[in-house]
Design a protein. Structure first.
Length: 101
């Protein structure tokens, strides 16, 4: 039991430290333009990593639902940014297309 608690705190520390380091390294100065551009690409990459691999197998036999769901996520992801609205919207779009067919 003591070993389990130690392992839990050790794993928490190992995952927390990499998240804490940027707060100490980045102060109130502005980030370089290239770093800012790189950080702005992360939501788009995350959407691709979440949606693209499973989207083609998610709805077998319904290519219209797949295309419209992906299209919604792509357009809203580029236009508005973020990750929550495009993902939830693409799920809703796909669901509505499946209900209509």
């Amino acid at each position: 039991m003591d070993n389990t608690i130690f392992l839990i705190f050790a794993m928490a520390g190992v995952t927390y430290i990499p998240r804490l380091i940027p707060f100490f390294l980045v102060n109130s100065n502005k980030l370089p333009k290239r770093m800012d551009a790189f950080l702005k690409c992360i939501p788009v990459a995350a959407i691709g990593a979440l949606i693209i691999p499973g989207v083609f197998n998610a709805v077998p036999g319904e290519p219209l639902a797949v295309i419209l769901g992906m299209g919604f996520a792509l357009i809203i992801g580029i236009w508005r940014g973020g990750i929550i609205i495009p993902v939830l919207g693409s799920v809703l779009t796909t669901y509505l297309v499946l209900l209509a067919s």
